[in-house]
Design a protein around this ligand. Structure first.
Ligand code: IMP
Length: 192
């Protein structure tokens, strides 16, 4: 079985390939000659994951999956959500994004937040959605230097550390993306 992962992130592609049986071959966008930017213009994470997966299936004819992730902060009505990457502007800078979020929560006592990953899979003419959630809180200040994005200010439930202070193997087990990916892998293994 050949399946496109609508991503150019080589680490993500290698990681998921290593978790699947060899009979399922994951192709990147580069592998299928898709070099253009795929529009991500939907107002929801689900919408963007679906847009990306459908683009590849409709235009290139492959079975495909795509993911989209956002950080949803309860007291900000779910913001930055689908706009997480460019919360502080089109420069998409992680430091700027974290500073803006810490500022927005400066006098907030409710600091609950969740990361959410949605994966849309198009396979054999059908679409399936998988969702992974990591619940936690936004810390008062940054801590740790591993990971990326909002990791230094996100403390997952039941941990004393931020994502940026946890070993990658631990983060992968409890993270939004890890949970959504495990569901996808379980589903694909059953199909295989
Ligand atoms: P993407 O959909 O995976 O590109 O994620 C969108 C944005 O959400 C990223 O640019 C980051 O700002 C944020 N994000 C996604 N996953 C994580 C994570 O695991 N830790 C911290 N930030 C994340």
């Amino acid at each position: 079985m050949q399946l496109v992962f609508a991503s150019n992130n080589k680490n993500k592609i290698l990681e998921i390939q290593s978790m699947l049986p060899e009979t399922i071959k994951i192709l990147s966008l580069e592998d299928i000659g898709c070099i253009e930017d795929i529009p991500e213009t939907a107002a929801t994470l689900e919408g963007n994951a679906i847009l990306k997966a459908n683009y590849v299936t409709d235009k290139y004819g492959y079975d495909c999956f795509a993911d989209d992730t956002g950080l949803e902060v309860e007291s900000l009505n779910g913001e930055p959500g689908v706009y997480s990457a460019r919360y502080a502007g089109e420069q998409r800078n992680a430091e700027d994004n974290m500073n803006k979020l810490l500022e927005a929560l400066s006098d907030q006592t409710n600091r609950k937040a969740q990361f959410k990953t949605v994966i849309a899979l198009n396979i054999n003419g059908k679409q399936h959605l998988f969702t992974g959630i990591a619940s936690g809180t936004i810390t008062l200040e940054k801590a740790g230097n591993q990971g990326f994005g909002y990791d230094p200010i996100f403390q997952p439930e039941e941990y004393e550390e931020t994502f940026a202070q946890l070993a990658l193997e631990i983060k992968n087990k409890i993270s939004h993306r890890g949970k959504a990916t495990q569901q996808l892998i379980h589903f694909l293994k059953e199909q295989n």
